[in-house]
Design a protein around this ligand. Structure first.
Ligand SMILES: N[C@@H](CCC(=O)N[C@@H](CS)C(=O)NCC(=O)O)C(=O)O
Length: 200
């Protein structure tokens, strides 16, 4: 299987952590890809031209990251996606919250990279507010992060890693001691260490 990837994408990191947790990482042929400039390969396999994109050995493309992760879990017969029941919805909701936090963080970052005259302070504030609410929600329901590793806990670990990479000045740990303590443990997982992006 071929995985179009980039080094800093939190969605890619979640997929790579999933593969490592499931013992499937040696089945992935990693293809380093700049989604913003690539013209051959990725745009033909994924019309949205985003990483991560997985291409199966028969040429079938899979995206986006939740779909890829669920496919890998199914392939390995894993438990990262719990079977139908309350634990499944907790895991999926946590993944949606963490991925949505990523979406807001990336939208905010892209806006701040635009020329100053084109930037929207309102848009940046909206994304920042969503980030704060999402982090507060994780702190407020920290018990959902305890217990077995799921796609939800992997997604939360990846987005917190992304915030440390791109938004260190936000100091997300301040006022969120339980989430910070949880992340100390989560950050020790080998799958997290191995996929650490290079410093900017
Ligand atoms: N919802 C997607 C988001 C993927 C995504 O936005 N990837 C970024 C890199 S972090 C990308 O490829 N951006 C290129 C673009 O938006 O054109 C997922 O979960 O895989």
């Amino acid at each position: 299987m071929k995985l179009y990837y980039s080094l800093a994408s939190p969605y890619v990191r979640k997929v790579r952590m999933t593969a490592l947790e499931l013992g499937l990482d040696d089945r992935l042929e990693l293809v380093l890809t700049d989604a913003w400039t690539v013209t051959e390969g990725l745009p033909q396999d994924n019309p949205l031209c985003k990483v991560p994109t997985l291409v199966l050995d028969d040429g079938t493309p899979l995206f986006d990251s939740p779909v890829i992760c669920e496919y890998l879990n199914s392939l390995a017969g894993g438990t990262l996606f719990p079977p139908d029941g309350p634990d499944r919805w907790t895991a999926l909701r946590l993944q949606a919250l963490a991925d949505g936090l990523c979406d807001a963080a990336i939208a905010r970052r892209l806006e701040t990279l635009r020329p100053e005259s084109l930037r929207s302070a309102t848009w940046i504030a909206r994304q920042q507010a969503a980030m704060v609410r999402a982090l507060d929600a994780l702190e407020g329901r920290i018990e959902e992060l305890s217990g077995a590793v799921t796609i939800g806990t992997l997604a939360v670990a990846t987005v917190l890693g992304y915030l440390d990479l791109r938004f260190a000045e936000d100091q997300w740990r301040v006022g969120r001691p339980r989430l910070a303590a949880w992340f100390v443990e989560a950050g020790r997982r080998p799958s997290f260490e191995v996929t650490r992006p290079p410093a900017p």
